[in-house]
Design a binder for this molecule. Structure first.
Ligand SMILES: [Cu+2]
Length: 318
């Protein structure tokens, strides 16, 4: 047993912490926190205890950081990996196209496949089919931008899809933004969920926000679906003085021409009932943001949830 090479003893407390992580046993560490004068002897005694067979359990492996899978969208398709191991995963989307894009993940249930999805997309969809589990992913990613979300992926067969309509009203999926993806069983320790600065609960049909105001800067937002339908959170940076209702009015088909008073700045695609996901938003001081859910409701002939009340606003301090 030797001291780790290159370690200085000028900061004994620091070294003790390192020793503690080497020998994670309460019996072995209980005498550590002594004064500087005795520290060296203590370290020696601890090391000799360890050499003498102190039954330290194997050090608890530090939870690994969240691994990333990165997709790139153009107007004709997605590029990116074909699979990833299960567990908490940072799903990133870089938009190299000319229109707004998303990378929505769905897991196939009931043995359904890409062929079933292709057939369903030919018909009139009034909601997410029950054989697709909504698994989140970045949404509302503008040209030239990137966004990431953190989702806890279960093993299975997935599709990465962009159902946002283009300027011609045709969903991007029909232009090629649809890609099979698989999640394999995890081997070894998996990452833990991140810490959140703000929690947004998705219910039928409302956003419940843990705080009505939030600090500026990078904020990690936890999104939990406690409703009975899949829900999403599309984050809109509102123009100064504009409300989220002003933004919605400008999106209506009979609205006067001109840019809407707000811009999508990310969020998280649809997640299933009783699931949670996270995304990081860079919020500007003093600005207001709109929260919208565009998911069509199977209970209302496909009416988007924002028309049923899934609209909220968040103010940033400063
Ligand atoms: Cu919704």
């Amino acid at each position: 047993m030797t001291l780790p090479s290159g370690r200085s003893l000028r900061n004994p407390q620091m070294f003790v912490i390192q020793v503690e992580t080497l020998f994670q046993s309460k019996e072995c560490t209980v005498f550590y926190r002594k004064t500087n004068l005795t520290i060296f002897l203590l370290i020696l005694s601890v090391l000799s205890l360890a050499v003498a067979g102190c039954q330290a359990p194997a050090p608890a492996a530090e939870a690994p950081s969240i691994p990333a899978v990165s997709f790139t969208a153009t107007e004709t398709g997605f590029s990116g990996p074909d699979s990833t191991p299960a567990g908490w995963t940072r799903v990133e989307l870089t938009n190299q196209g000319e229109d707004q894009h998303q990378a929505q993940l769905f897991r196939f249930l009931e043995g359904k496949t890409m062929n079933d999805l292709a057939a369903a997309l030919q018909g009139e969809l009034t909601g997410v089919p029950e054989w697709l589990a909504s698994a989140g992913g970045p949404t509302g990613v503008m040209p030239g931008a990137s966004a990431s979300t953190m989702v806890n992926l279960e093993a299975g067969d997935y599709v990465v899809i962009d159902v946002i309509p283009g300027p011609d009203g045709i969903p991007h999926a029909a232009k090629g933004l649809i890609k099979p993806f698989s999640v394999t069983a995890a081997s070894g320790a998996t990452a833990q969920a991140p810490d959140a600065d703000l929690t947004v609960e998705l219910v039928d049909y409302q956003f419940k926000i843990s705080d009505q105001t939030v600090a500026p800067g990078d904020q990690t937002i936890k999104v939990v679906n406690t409703g009975t339908e899949p829900h999403e959170l599309s984050l809109i940076e509102l123009a100064p003085g504009a409300s989220v209702q002003d933004f919605l009015a400008a999106m209506a088909s009979d609205a006067p021409a001109g840019p809407p008073p707000g811009m999508p700045v990310g969020g998280i695609g649809a997640i299933a009932t009783d699931s949670e996901a996270y995304f990081t938003a860079n919020l500007e001081a003093g600005k207001h943001y709109g929260l919208l859910c565009f998911i069509p409701s199977s209970n209302a002939d496909g009416a988007p949830h924002f028309m049923m009340g899934m609209v909220a606003e968040l103010a940033v301090e400063g």
